[in-house]
Design a protein around this ligand. Structure first.
Ligand SMILES: *Cc1c(COP(=O)(O)O)cnc(C)c1O
Length: 403
């Protein structure tokens, strides 16, 4: 068999569909966010990043950078092992305590990424708990789906954010089997929010465990940045809160927070926790500094919300089809993979604006979109330029206006 031919054919099929992924080759400049250098064929260009998940620019924050410098000078580069075999650094311990405290839980457990946190926690619980049925929102992230699949538990998928369908599924399973409801707080591609209170009410009524992914909300919602559950006063009603250190907190890594027995269980049985070297101490120190800062600075969250509301309003005013998001995420519908990529390329190469086109399988086919994530550092001037550039590109490519 010609193996390379097989690989090349698979990739060629993506190109035909217009969803072959080309990564922007960026060099971020500390202190200059949201500006970055883009390495192109003919040299470099300064561009404005409009699609970063570094939602508050914390990856550029002096507080975080200084903490990482200090820790790297003190502890060196790597952690030196898995958590069990010499790789638990004191910064890991402090970070887990901070996360438990942030979410008002007994314990926290860190992983090398949010993806691994979801994969490991869901798969471990599912593998170990006899008869468990995992009831999962239809729009859950790939990392949750992977965890559920890997658990080999029975699973049921409820219609996105549909309480009637969720209750029907809970009833169908019956009272004799353990159940877990797995869902997100902020859905990152549409910018809508789960009905957390109502889901918790159903979990109580049918005695189900609740697992919430707050990846797109931690750092960004609630008085101390613990997420939507904090904002809505519901943290104590959720059994397992999962988050990332890579988006609002601006560094990298993932975690779960919950009861001591639950965290101890995942620590003791979770393959993705046990069999992988722990994150560098400096990463843990940076994340710790970021969380501490963010907890005390609610004004960052207010600025963030103001910027997002302003961008939605300004795009709506000129007929750009903003999708009905109730969060900081500003998705604009294009509805065609080839046009979406063209719009993104046009913005990048002729307007110095970088917004990635979002295609299948990240979103359903026919709902291809541009997803803008304004931060407190995207000022009015940058927004003026974005709005006028989008108007030009919309006219040039004949894209659909708002209905
Ligand atoms: C990004 C993302 C993750 C994974 O988090 P990482 O820390 O980037 O690995 C998990 N869940 C959702 C909803 C995400 O968008």
């Amino acid at each position: 068999m010609n193996y390379d031919q097989f690989f090349a054919d698979k990739v060629a099929a993506l190109k035909v569909e217009g969803r072959y992924r080309v990564f922007a080759d960026l060099e971020r400049e500390a202190g200059n966010f949201p500006t970055a250098k883009n390495y192109q064929k003919d040299g470099t260009a300064d561009i404005t990043v409009w699609c970063s998940n570094d939602y508050l620019g914390m990856g550029q924050s002096r507080v975080v950078i200084d903490a990482m410098h200090e820790a790297v000078d003190k502890c060196g580069a790597g952690a030196g092992g898995t958590r069990n075999i010499s790789g638990t650094n004191h910064f890991h311990v402090l970070l887990e305590e901070e996360l438990a405290s942030l979410h008002n839980k007994e314990a926290g457990l860190i992983f090398t990424s949010g993806y691994v946190a979801n994969l490991t926690t869901l798969s471990t619980i599912g593998q170990m708990m006899p008869e468990l049925v995992i009831i999962s929102d239809a729009l859950n992230h790939n990392s949750m789906i992977a965890g559920i699949r890997h658990s080999r538990s029975d699973k049921m998928i409820f219609k996105h954010n549909d309480l009637v369908d969720l209750e029907a599924k809970l009833k169908e399973v019956g009272p004799d089997r353990p159940k877990m409801i797995a869902f997100e707080s902020v859905y990152s591609m549409d910018g809508d929010v789960a009905q957390i209170k109502e889901i918790c009410d159903l979990a109580d009524k049918y005695d189900a465990l609740t697992f919430i992914d707050e990846v797109h909300a931690v750092g960004l919602y609630g008085q101390h940045g613990a997420g939507i559950a904090e904002r809505d006063g519901l943290m104590d009603r959720l059994d397992i809160i999962q988050g990332t250190l890579a988006k609002g907190f601006g560094v990298v890594g993932g975690y779960v927070a919950g009861s001591s027995p639950m965290c101890d269980f995942i620590r003791s049985y979770g393959d993705g926790f046990i069999f992988s070297s722990s994150m560098p101490p400096a990463v843990a120190a940076g994340a710790l500094a970021s969380i501490k800062y963010i907890r005390e600075h609610n004004e960052l969250r207010e600025q963030h919300q103001e910027r997002a509301a302003m961008l939605k309003r300004r795009l709506t005013d000129v007929g750009i089809p903003v999708m009905p998001s109730v969060t900081h995420i500003v998705p604009v519908m294009v509805g065609d993979s080839v046009l979406c990529k063209q719009a993104s390329d046009e913005l990048l190469f002729n307007h110095s604006i970088y917004v990635q086109s979002i295609n299948y399988p990240t979103v359903p086919r026919g709902t291809e979109r541009l997803r803008f994530t304004p931060t407190p550092l995207h000022n009015d001037e940058l927004m003026d330029h974005l709005v006028s550039s989008l108007q030009k590109v919309w006219g040039q490519l004949g894209l659909k206006q708002a209905a």
